[in-house]
Design a protein around this ligand. Structure first.
Ligand code: URA
Length: 256
């Protein structure tokens, strides 16, 4: 928020305070959940200053601008991408120091999946990156129990009929040379897959459709970010350039 006398739109102030995205604020206004100085807000785009008292569902909101954190975590297998688990299993936040504060996973990876997980408290960016409209690409390395058949590779590229609909065309590379020497990987069958959607357990379901067993699944890239040599269980802050590049999703100026 600017100085006391300068007015800004309600949705911009609440997004800046990390409360909700602009779109979510508009929804809350439409649902009559927001009050300014004790009065329910009925119009969209209402101007407010830092003098105003804003309540959502009866709770007073701190309007101060929030500093955002953007973290890349290399999630190991057997860690939940939720913030808390009632059964005491390890969660991704347990891998970050307390000073980072409350950051949330952008999307999720299965318990058994490892790899790149972006974590932030920037709700607006999270919403953009996870919105199906923006088709943010995600790359996975998959280890299968047997060699991928050429016919299956073609269907993976075109679209696999799953129970929740046919998948969007995917980029698929199944050349062992791509992953280094065959000796290095033994007799494992590795496939690299880039998807532009993120349905629940999508990669596993795509391969299970043909009868393959997924022995390992790792996400190596998300939007313009790649895991590179970040060790399993480690994290790093994103650079200003990486954050700027992520912000371009949803503005029509996407760079990869
Ligand atoms: N697809 C899956 O099957 N699991 C993941 O964790 C991510 C993508």
């Amino acid at each position: 928020m600017k100085t006391n006398s300068e007015a800004s739109r309600l949705q911009k102030v609440l997004a800046g305070a990390g409360v909700a995205s602009r779109r979510q604020v508009e929804k809350m206004v439409a649902q009559g959940r927001i009050k300014i100085n004790g009065q329910v807000v009925i119009e969209q785009g209402r101007l407010i200053t830092s003098e105003d008292r804003v309540e959502i569902d009866g709770k007073k909101i701190n309007l101060a601008n929030k500093t955002y954190s953007y973290i890349m975590l290399h999630k190991p297998r057997r860690v939940l991408s939720t913030v808390k688990d009632d059964h005491g299993r390890k969660c991704v936040r347990d891998l970050l120091p307390k000073e980072i504060g409350r950051v949330y996973p952008v999307g999720r990876l299965d318990y058994e999946t490892s790899g790149l997980l972006l974590m932030t408290n920037d709700g607006e960016l999270t919403l953009k990156l996870t919105h199906p409209r923006y088709s943010v690409p995600k790359t996975y390395r998959v280890c299968l129990d047997k060699e991928l058949k050429r016919a299956d590779l073609q269907i993976l590229r075109r679209g696999v009929p799953l129970e929740d609909g046919v998948t969007r065309p995917a980029k698929v590379v199944a050349d062992p040379k791509f992953f280094g020497s065959e000796n290095e990987k033994g007799s494992e069958h590795w496939v690299e897959l880039t998807l532009s959607e993120g349905r629940n357990r999508q990669v596993r379901r795509m391969f299970e459709h043909f009868g393959y067993e997924v022995l390992a699944l790792e996400r190596t890239a998300y939007a313009s970010l790649s895991l590179q040599n970040l060790a399993s269980g480690s994290y790093r802050n994103l650079t200003a350039q990486e954050i700027a590049s992520l912000r371009q999703w949803g503005t029509g100026e996407i760079t990869q």
